[in-house]
Design a protein around this ligand. Structure first.
Ligand code: KG4
Ligand code: ZN
Length: 322
């Protein structure tokens, strides 16, 4: 939940993480997610209003995530957002989750300037998008199978690291030996900007199985080395495709978005490899990389200023191409 003011910027931003609720089950349980949204959304509304020292009646419009995502959770947010807007007599607007991620870097103190290439890497998406302005997006490439975050989460599961997987794999990789395993960099030799991570997942699984057959079984050192090899393969692949996208579009600015862009090694590699070639990389603060209300408030404010409103047949959508 967040409050954004087009003149004063972000006034309040609050998050209730469901990680602890889902961790017990090793992944997101849709039913529990929806139920917890019901419990947490109203208290968060009060929290951001208090933080911004505003009254409900000061709010000029309400944006909410309309998709893509888990429909039950989306319905809770949409129903609350639209009902509050109706009660207050202000407009509401459903926002595309990935557009929120795409625009999150604009909330930085020194935001990037359009046009730029955005790398969207989350639990559900891996996309390269050319951004020419608000609502002017061109998909340059995307994952043909697993998303990068999903690959991290599945690797975490195979290594029995629990949920959420990305940060756990990254933390373990810190202790790994980068020279021990060399994992494939999928699709980098082929032209184009699409990704595929399912082969890498299979390679990880086979390596785990092979190492686990040793008399001592899979050790903590093996796990760390595998985590490191996996992370390096994902990072290299993303760096190669980002460079290719910038060259293809003749652009010099790359913007990172989505949960995986919180990955430290990915951030360091992009800056190290693209910086010397005269390309700038923008990272939102980690709190703006993972799912948050601020990005939806920002996207909603921009679109509402441009005159957009919900209509009577506005709906939430599990799948929604951007
Ligand atoms: O954007 P996000 O918060 O949620 C959506 O999927 O929309 O992204 C979550 C994804 C998860 O797959 C998580 O494992 C991954 O981002 N992630 C990371 C890191 N932090 C979060 N992956 C790698 N390294 C991280 N430090
Ligand atoms: Zn997300």
């Amino acid at each position: 939940m967040a409050i954004y003011d087009t003149a004063r910027g972000l006034l309040a931003d609050a998050l209730f993480s469901q990680v602890a609720i889902h961790a017990e089950y090793g992944g997101v349980v849709p039913e529990l997610a929806s139920r917890d949204h019901i419990r947490k959304t109203l208290p968060l509304v009060d929290k951001v209003l208090a933080e911004a020292e505003l009254l409900k009646t000061d709010i000029d419009g309400i944006a909410y995530t309309a998709g893509p995502g888990l429909v039950g959770a989306l319905m809770v947010g949409a129903t609350l957002g639209r009902s509050m807007a109706r009660g207050l007599g202000v407009p509401s607007l459903g926002i595309h989750h990935m557009e929120g991620h795409l625009l999150a870097p604009m909330l930085a103190d020194e935001p990037p300037q359009w046009p730029f290439v955005a790398l969207l890497v989350s639990g559900g998406h891996t996309q390269l998008v050319r951004v020419d302005g608000l609502g002017r997006y061109k998909l340059l490439g995307e994952s043909l199978d697993d998303a990068a975050g999903e690959a991290f989460d599945k690797t975490a599961k195979m290594l029995e690291l629990g949920y959420p997987g990305g940060p756990a794999v990254a933390a373990l990789a810190e202790q790994g030996n980068p020279a021990r395993f060399d994992f494939p960099r999928p699709m980098v030799k082929r032209p184009g900007l699409d990704f595929s991570f399912s082969g890498l997942k299979t390679h990880t699984r086979t390596t785990i199985a092979a190492e686990g057959k040793k008399p001592q079984g899979l050790t903590d050192i093996d796990k760390a080395d595998i985590a490191r090899a996996f992370e390096s393969a994902v990072v290299d692949t993303l760096v190669i495709k980002c460079r290719r996208a910038l060259k293809q579009e003749g652009l010099r600015t790359l913007v990172m978005a989505g949960g995986v862009s919180a990955n430290k090694r990915l951030r360091a590699a992009l800056t190290e490899k693209l910086g010397p070639e005269g390309m700038g990389v923008y990272y939102p603060a980690p709190s703006l990389c993972t799912d948050n209300g601020a990005m939806i408030a920002y996207a909603g404010a921009q679109r509402m200023v441009a005159g957009e409103r919900d209509t009577d047949d506005t709906d939430v959508r599990a799948r929604w191409p951007m």
